[in-house]
Design a protein around this ligand. Structure first.
Ligand SMILES: *[C@@H]1O[C@H](CO)[C@@H](O)[C@H](O)[C@H]1NC(C)=O
Ligand SMILES: *[C@@H]1O[C@H](CO)[C@@H](O)[C@H](O)[C@H]1NC(C)=O
Ligand SMILES: *[C@@H]1O[C@H](CO)[C@@H](O)[C@H](O)[C@H]1NC(C)=O
Ligand SMILES: *[C@@H]1O[C@H](CO)[C@@H](O)[C@H](O)[C@H]1NC(C)=O
Ligand SMILES: *[C@@H]1O[C@H](CO)[C@@H](O)[C@H](O)[C@H]1NC(C)=O
Ligand SMILES: *[C@@H]1O[C@H](CO)[C@@H](O)[C@H](O)[C@H]1NC(C)=O
Ligand SMILES: *[C@@H]1O[C@H](CO)[C@@H](O)[C@H](O)[C@H]1NC(C)=O
Length: 508
């Protein structure tokens, strides 16, 4: 019992002891750091002394005494956040500090006294440092600087200066509301990558200057762009015209599918490329083209007095409302139907469509998930065309003057097989073609939808419609039996009378 209590106590006490030792050790280390014992100590990289690298513990102000920068690790508050690079020309500086301090560090980095030290610097990473304003004049001394990463700061504006070697400027994840591509291109003649993604840009000056160029990449996704702004329209046009992957400059605007409009409200989440195509597509001047949500572009042409299907739809149209028009056919030439390939739902109710035959030619609706054909003029429908809607999930067919005769049996079978897809199956009735009120009525005077009608009501003569081949084989069977009977008769006739059958008599 006693042993057990002791054991429990020990289990509780031991960790506390270790924790205390740990704490004492840790605080002595921190004290050393803040006292500056390491602060002005720059030594060779303890891990790789031969590299001539410089390894510093930072204390304010930074004191550096290496002849050139190699691997420089600056640790503030003993927080371990730097990325380690081996290259003599790379510096990653990451401090968990206020922007005041980092501005000091930048000033220090670029202080003329260290010109020699930094003249060879090619890569400078200053992300996650809470910078608010970037005065590039600080960096003029870094005459070999090729890559400047200022991402993930709080930068609201940039003061430009010419950096003749710079090829990559990363300003993503900041708070820029304005930036000019002209300024960047003018000051950095060798610029190859310019990343201003994830900022607060509504537009960007100088986009109209962009020429297809193999070497240049612009990253501008995740900004609240205003798609009525002429330069954003131009940007959309540039992406649109470079859809062809074999073309030069195709990759100039990166991640085009993420470059979305925030304004105008009805285009929210539309890609700038789609916005361009909406502006260029004539049907969108006559109808309403807008976003319901991301990736759901609707073309609303309800009650527009249209007599034919729109030839061209905007890029990526998903839903097309064409109800309440005067459409009679589905005709589209092969060239025109390509813009229909993304459409998933078509509303064609309240039109004058009398058949689906045109669908076979244009093949536009193979990808449809939903089609509404209510209130049209269809009397019959070729089943092989209905079968071509292989992805169809929903179809409305009621309030058409369906004519029922023996041919309707295949339609009935199709309805029964696809009853979950036909939303209004219980309202798909037979109608006399001349008089819409003359319905097929069952004996108890109840009006039954086609899928429930007894076969004898639809096709009273016979349960199964006679096929041409069935008739032929019937005739053959009868003939065969007749010939056989004649042969038997002739046999007995010859045996009894010794006379040859009629046919051979003439020969003798
Ligand atoms: C910087 O370091 C040098 C040499 O290690 C030293 O002589 C100098 O006093 C230091 N300066 C400061 C401001 O710490
Ligand atoms: C710094 O990070 C490395 C690797 O993540 C780790 O081994 C080391 O103990 C850390 N140093 C400090 C002072 O936290
Ligand atoms: C700074 O360090 C503190 C404590 O380690 C941490 O909670 C905080 O997230 C850090 N801030 C940044 C911007 O890294
Ligand atoms: C630049 O360095 C010199 C000499 O080390 C120093 O006197 C001066 O205050 C520094 N300037 C800045 C802005 O840090
Ligand atoms: C710019 O920095 C962000 C954040 O660190 C990063 O996600 C992005 O990939 C960088 N851009 C490029 C072109 O490398
Ligand atoms: C489509 O347009 C018609 C007529 O302008 C309108 O009544 C209807 O509400 C619109 N539909 C949608 C989904 O916006
Ligand atoms: C299709 O028919 C069903 C059942 O009658 C109805 O609820 C639905 O609203 C119809 N769809 C359209 C788009 O009219």
């Amino acid at each position: 019992m006693v042993a057990r209590i002791l054991k429990t106590c020990l289990l509780l006490i031991l960790p506390s002891i270790f924790y205390s030792i740990d704490y004492v050790l840790a605080s002595s280390l921190v004290e050393k750091g803040t006292n500056g014992n390491y602060g002005d100590l720059c030594s060779s990289d303890p891990f790789e002394p031969d590299k001539g690298s410089c390894w510093c513990f930072y204390s304010n102000p930074v004191n550096i005494s290496c002849s050139h920068v190699g691997y420089l690790e600056i640790i503030t508050n003993a927080i371990n956040q730097t990325s380690k690079t081996q290259d003599n020309s790379k510096l990653a500086l990451q401090v968990n500090e206020s922007s005041e301090t980092i501005d000091q560090i930048v000033a220090w980095l670029t202080n003329g006294s260290y010109e020699e030290v930094f003249a060879s610097l090619e890569l400078l990473h200053l992300s996650w440092n809470g910078l608010t304003l970037v005065d590039l004049r600080f960096f003029t001394k870094l005459s070999n600087l090729k890559e400047l990463d200022l991402s993930s700061n709080l930068i609201v504006s940039v003061i430009w200066v010419s950096l003749p070697s710079l090829t990559f400027l990363n300003l993503s994840h900041n708070r820029l509301t304005y930036i000019s591509l002209n300024d960047a291109l003018r000051n950095f003649p060798l610029l190859e990558k310019f990343d201003v993604s994830s900022n607060f840009l509504k537009s960007m000056d100088g986009l109209d200057q962009l020429k297809p160029n193999k070497l240049f990449s612009l990253y501008i996704h995740d900004n609240p762009l205003d798609c009525n702004n002429p330069s954003i329209v131009k940007l959309g046009g540039l992406i649109y015209s470079n859809r062809d992957p074999t073309k030069q400059g195709t990759n100039m605007i990166r991640q085009p599918w993420d470059i979305l409009c925030s304004e105008p409200v009805k285009w929210k989440e539309m890609t700038v490329e789609q916005a361009y195509s909406v502006k260029q597509t004539s049907i969108c001047h006559q109808c309403d083209c807008f976003m319901i949500k991301k990736d759901l572009l609707m073309v609303n042409c309800s009650y527009r007095d249209l007599t034919s299907l729109p030839k061209n739809l905007p890029l990526g149209a998903r839903i097309v409302q064409l109800n309440g028009n005067r459409l009679r056919s589905f005709y589209l030439s092969a060239a025109d139907s390509s813009s229909w390939s993304t459409v998933r739902a078509v509303y064609l109710d309240n039109n004058e469509i009398s058949g689906l035959q045109d669908l076979e030619i244009s093949k536009i609706l193979r990808n449809l998930l939903s089609i509404n054909l209510q209130r049209n003029q269809m009397k019959e429908v070729p089943i092989h065309i209905l079968e071509q809607f292989s992805h169809l999930l929903k179809i409305n067919l009621s309030e058409n003057p369906w004519t029922c005769d023996c041919n309707t049996l295949t339609f009935q079978k199709w309805l029964q097989k696809h009853h979950e897809k036909v939303s209004d199956i219980n309202k798909v009735y037979c109608t006399n073609s001349n008089n819409r009120m003359d319905f097929f009525i069952t004996r108890n005077k109840e009006r039954l939808p086609i899928h429930q009608l007894p076969i004898s009501e639809i096709c009273p003569q016979s349960n199964v419609p006679l096929h041409f081949l069935d008739i032929l084989s019937g005739i053959c069977a009868v003939l065969t039996i007749l010939i056989a009977l004649k042969a038997v008769y002739d046999y007995f006739w010859q045996k009894k009378t010794g006379k040859l059958p009629y046919f051979f008599k003439l020969n003798c």
